[in-house]
Design a protein. Structure first.
Ligand code: HEM
Length: 225
């Protein structure tokens, strides 16, 4: 019964909260769709936390997505042991990289008085939830090896079953507790997503990549030498 609540009902509730919350935030405060960068208050610590965090987490999320979209290709790739070792080693290295980045970001928010002054309780909740996600993810990589192999055999069919409304909860319910906490925490993050600065993921200014150059012309009169 508890598995049904956690792995069948909670994901849909989290998604519903995320969609309604995002729409509500868009309608009531469209300009708050931002990372609310604190770079101008403190730059050095931010650099050492934010750069490893962002490069690492984006690659890790893409890795999770690849396993969901192309399970057969991942299995074929892992068919050669050396490739499996490289994939697993890269995953673990990225996990450790984001862990270091996130701990630095947390320390920055806790220790720098200027940054602390603009830190909301939701910022801390988000960073701690992300920390739980990374710790359980890295823990899974260390204690339950060859995750790229069993992920596509368990989590992928489970997540796909959520999308097609043909629930296969047992795939997840039979995994170790650490993995279950990792998955559940992801649903919690989904639910709080609209109420945190994570919404900046939806406002990446991609149009900058193809928009025409902006020509800036100074109209200030020249100073006579
Ligand atoms: C291409 C996508 C992304 C862009 C362009 C981006 C950009 C930014 C920017 C500009 C900031 C403000 C701090 C800074 O200047 O470094 C920030 C902060 C943050 N980002 Fe991202 N981000 C992206 C993806 C993500 C993802 C996928 C996550 C997590 C799942 C994430 C989590 C965070 C968090 C937690 C902060 C707050 C850090 C702090 O100030 O304590 N970002 N991001």
């Amino acid at each position: 019964m508890i598995d049904l609540v956690l792995f069948a009902i909670l994901p849909y509730v989290a998604l519903a909260i995320a969609i309604v919350g995002l729409l509500w935030r868009y309608r009531t405060n469209q300009f708050s769709y931002s990372s609310v960068s604190s770079q101008f208050l403190e730059n050095r610590q931010l650099f050492w936390g934010s750069v490893p965090w962002h490069y690492g987490i984006i690659l890790i999320l893409l890795g999770h997505l690849t396993g969901i979209l192309f399970p057969a290709s991942v299995m074929a790739f892992n068919g050669v042991p050396l490739r499996l070792y490289i994939l697993e080693g890269t995953g673990l290295a990225l996990g450790l990289l984001v862990l270091v980045g996130l701990v630095l970001l947390l320390l920055r928010r806790g220790t720098n008085p200027r940054v602390r002054a603009v830190t909301s309780s939701m910022d801390l909740v988000l960073l701690l939830l992300l920390l739980l996600s990374i710790v359980t993810g890295v823990g899974t990589a260390i204690f339950y090896r060859w995750g790229s192999g069993w992920y596509v055999q368990t989590a992928t069919p489970y997540l796909r079953s959520l999308v097609t409304f043909s629930l296969k909860v047992d795939y997840l319910a039979s995994l170790p507790l650490l993995v279950k906490v990792h998955a559940l925490n992801a649903f919690v993050i989904l639910a709080v997503f609209p109420f945190t600065r994570l919404v900046h993921m939806l406002s990446v200014p991609l149009a900058y990549l193809w928009r025409p150059y902006q020509v800036v012309i100074w109209r200030r009169p020249r100073v006579q030498q």
